[in-house]
Write a protein that binds this ligand. Structure first.
Ligand SMILES: CC(C)(COP(=O)(O)OP(=O)(O)OC[C@H]1O[C@@H](n2cnc3c(N)ncnc32)[C@H](O)[C@@H]1OP(=O)(O)O)[C@@H](O)C(=O)NCCC(=O)NCCS
Length: 142
């Protein structure tokens, strides 16, 4: 089956909420959160198996690149380690921008993915996450 990465459509929200719940154990994102940001999905056959959510935080100026923030990324457990998150991330990275994201200190898989795509740690934010409480690693890619 071919993997397609495309912009999410309104009728993809149910699939994204389901993936979110399966990947994070609870659905801390609501329909409005997806709708308020830019979402891309990875589709295998007819099934949405992963998504990436981002937003532009600064439109750029004569001397500064635009800035974007990656807010959420998830791939269904049974489809992992097939390069799907990498394809989603590479699609996002086609934007001409400086990118920022936060990742849990314990999330070695995501950190490895981000490092392999060129992100570098620039800071740590204690008490950033709840449920469970945890430090965030802030990563940037220029
Ligand atoms: C993190 C996540 C999105 C990765 O998705 P994926 O489709 O399995 O990732 P890919 O197959 O594209 O992996 C790309 C690279 O990331 C790294 N990576 C991915 N999963 C990894 C793991 N479990 N352990 C170590 N490195 C890992 C590897 O460098 C991998 O390249 P390789 O397979 O050639 O070694 C997925 O594990 C997930 O949905 N986790 C739960 C949600 C989450 O943590 N999201 C990130 C929030 S910041």
């Amino acid at each position: 089956m071919t993997l397609t990465v495309r912009a999410a459509r309104p009728n993809d929200t149910a699939a994204m909420l389901k993936i979110e719940k399966e990947c994070f154990g609870f659905d801390h994102w609501r329909t409005e959160d997806f709708a308020a940001n830019q979402c891309i999905v990875a589709e295998l056959g007819e099934q949405v198996v992963g998504f990436l959510v981002s937003r532009e935080t600064f439109a750029g100026s004569v001397s500064e690149l635009p800035e974007r923030e990656i807010l959420n990324l998830a791939v269904l457990p049974s489809f992992r380690r097939h390069g799907i998150a990498r394809q989603l991330l590479e699609t996002e990275l086609r934007h001409r921008a400086t990118f920022f994201l936060e990742v849990r200190e314990s999330n070695a898989a995501a950190q490895e993915l981000y490092r392999s795509c060129g992100f570098k740690e620039i800071a740590r934010r204690k008490h950033y996450y709840q449920y469970p409480a945890e430090t965030a690693i802030v990563m940037q890619m220029k």
